[in-house]
Design a protein around this ligand. Structure first.
Ligand code: BEZ
Length: 338
């Protein structure tokens, strides 16, 4: 067999090689695939339900070519680990809190501006807006993942093992937070002792007195029965809590345009289902919470004194996005929320 150096390869051999490589690439992208999606939420949670619905529809719409295997409850690791797996291409997809993403891309911190959204509908308006979409556009370059759309959990509340009637009752208290900087800064500025802790450790930490209170949404307060251990539910609605559907950039570039389109459209649809569920669920969860046998305290931004303003000063310079979100929200909802 004739041996060639690279420079001597005749053009017909060259074009045949290119053809073989191209056919190979096309067939890789056209392969039937099992994708894996990870999340930290337990099976009954809305985010996990949406992932299961997405999996069923992807299999159906791809004519059985693709399957999406869903791994809830941190089976594939915590959010930081899942993000790293997606960066290497070892994990295809995840629905992660925007909190985790904000640890890597500080612009996302602006979504946690205290009392930016006055209620769950405004939270959805913000997440459906152009500024939030622009944040997703940062992800491929910044951290090597594709942002396919937002969903959200309910507004954040405070559930306390000890009675709360004023800010002084929170100050100095160990208050569980999701591990991310914007919420840590808010409670630090309010004088509490924020204690970062993953969702999976919260119940035991409350039960054994490791923490005094938690930052949480109503759906989880009810579904995971945290209220059983509590004295006071502070209905504060102080922040929204978005999640983001992410796809590994390394896997994405190997997919056909058709597959990308299918995955994008279906993912957006089911993230929107999460969003609609959070909006329609909030009133029901609130009604259920009002029936609990614990004290209720309803508060607004004034409760936290100047913590919100000081937070904004820090995070406007860190994220450059707080004022853009406010301007857009004012433009989109001038009458209903002055
Ligand atoms: C939390 O850390 O509080 C949380 C995480 C995922 C979904 C909802 C809440």
């Amino acid at each position: 067999m004739k041996q060639y150096t690279a420079r001597q390869i005749p053009t017909n051999v060259c074009s045949r090689l290119i053809l073989v490589v191209m056919i190979g690439l096309v067939s890789i992208s056209a392969w039937a695939r099992d994708f894996r999606l990870g999340l930290i939420t337990p099976p009954p949670h809305t985010w996990t339900q949406a992932a299961n619905r997405l999996a069923a529809e992807l299999e159906e719409q791809s004519g059985g070519k693709h399957r999406l295997l869903v791994y809830p409850s941190r089976q594939l690791g915590n959010e930081a680990q899942m993000l790293r797996l997606m960066q290497t291409g070892a994990l295809d997809m995840a629905i992660l809190t925007a909190a985790e993403v904000s640890n890597r891309v500080p612009e996302f911190g602006a979504l946690y501006t205290p009392y930016l959204a006055q209620d769950i509908e405004q939270a959805a308006t913000i997440l459906r807006g152009g500024v939030a979409a622009g944040l997703l556009g940062l992800l491929p370059n910044e951290i090597g993942v594709i942002g396919l759309g937002y969903g959200m959990a309910g507004m954040r509340q405070i559930l306390s093992n000890v009675p709360v009637s004023s800010l002084a009752d929170i100050q100095g208290k160990k208050l569980r937070i999701t591990p991310f900087a914007p919420i840590r800064d808010f409670y630090t500025l309010a004088g509490a002792a924020p204690t970062p802790m993953p969702l999976s450790s919260v119940y035991d930490a409350m039960a054994n007195g490791q923490i005094d209170m938690i930052d949480m949404d109503l759906e989880l307060i009810l579904k995971l029965r945290y209220y059983e251990l509590s004295d006071t539910l502070v209905l504060s609605n102080h922040m929204m809590f978005p999640c983001i559907a992410l796809f590994s950039g390394r896997v994405w570039i190997r997919l056909s345009e058709e597959d990308r389109q299918l995955i994008s459209v279906l993912t957006r649809k089911h993230m929107e289902w999460i969003m609609a569920g959070a909006i329609s669920g909030e009133a029901g969860w609130l009604a259920e919470a009002r029936k609990l046998d614990i004290r209720l305290l309803e508060i607004d931004a004034d409760f936290f004194e100047d913590a919100g303003e000081r937070w904004e000063a820090i995070w406007e310079s860190r994220s450059g996005t707080v004022s853009r979100l406010k301007t857009e929200l004012a433009r989109n909802q001038p009458e209903s929320h002055e």
